[in-house]
Design a protein around this ligand. Sequence first.
Ligand code: NAD
Ligand code: DAU
Length: 332
Amino acid sequence: MRRLLVTGGAGFIGSDFVHYVMEHTDDYVTVLDKLTYAGNARSLDGLDPQRFRLVIGDICDAPLVDRLFAEHDAVVHYAAESHNDNSLTGPEPFVATNVVGTFTLLEAARRSGIRYHHISTDEVYGDLELDDPERFTEQTPYNPSSPYSSTKAGSDLLVRAWVRSFGVAATISNCSNNYGPRQHVEKFIPRQITNVIDGIRPRLYGDGRNVRDWIHADDHSSAVLAILDRGVIGETYLIGADGEKSNREVVEIILRAMDQPTDAYDLVTDRPGHDKRYAIDWTKIRDELGWEPRYRHFESGIADTIAWYRANEEWWRPQKASTEAKYELTGQ
Ligand code: NAD
Ligand code: DAU
């Protein structure tokens, strides 16, 4: 039985990974999570206490991290400040958690020799033109745009340096935009679904033509498990699922699935520095690790996600009003 430490496991993707590991392996899982506004212990409800525990704490707390690393075989590092809009209004916690937090984990990994997997984002590569035939590959130069993506890029570079200089046994993955259950209502898809439930028209930034490359969170989780099991130390793997869609297309799919007219949305103030398009070439992880995404039908994945938000209002309702109040301040 492998002992896995998952940082940020009470967040959206981290909790998906924890559920995925509990279902598909016999690993023991410890979550280390600070439970910021984005963390929700309820996302971990129902897990077998014989194989799971939650430790509430900060990844910047070096003595705590040292203790936990000594008790585990591998760490998967999801914990982060993750929302671009927040990074534009208050970047400080992004530097603290994403850069200093990752540094703290790497130093502890260096001391303990633990296997380390680093979760990152396609945003480190900057953006592509809407009509560019290219997609991001593992060779694309880093060119981040926002405070969020620059702190993620910085954390990736720290990992690469700690592998090369100190022999830390690390891998990195950079994934595209995830969707699925238990995502905070500040993010695009849950925000629009819960807006429609509340009778508010969805809000599209700018002209709504920006493109994101969507992947179901379970596919991200299966890819991370494949890297943990079969990935080569020091390597980076891009994770995607050929899910490119403009924000307009996504909102129209949500509106159609919720029996609303497909033009019942508003265009609002654009995000400063808004990346135009992300697109992932996932050939390497397919050819080298034999991984493939399972959720290939976006409309049915969105229908399931809508059903989850309808059935789990008590999970998201406490965050909704304060999230919308923040958006009101920026005219979004
Ligand atoms: P999230 O905001 O939903 O969750 C982040 C979690 O980290 C929360 O539970 C929070 O409490 C915890 N956390 C924050 N600061 C912490 C600290 N100092 N110590 C301990 N825990 C702390 O984020 P998410 O969307 O699940 O993203 C998780 C990871 O995946 C991030 O590293 C993000 O960069 C990466 N990523 C996200 C996406 C996406 O589409 N959401 C895509 C690619 C990569
Ligand atoms: O690409 C991976 C990244 O995807 C992750 O690294 C980030 O953690 C994650 O938050 C996500 O970043 P984005 O900025 O792409 O996601 P967000 O959900 O904030 O926005 C998706 C798109 O929708 C983006 O073009 C902005 C737009 N948008 C967003 C909101 C909240 C709107 O048009 N209206 C909105 O209300």
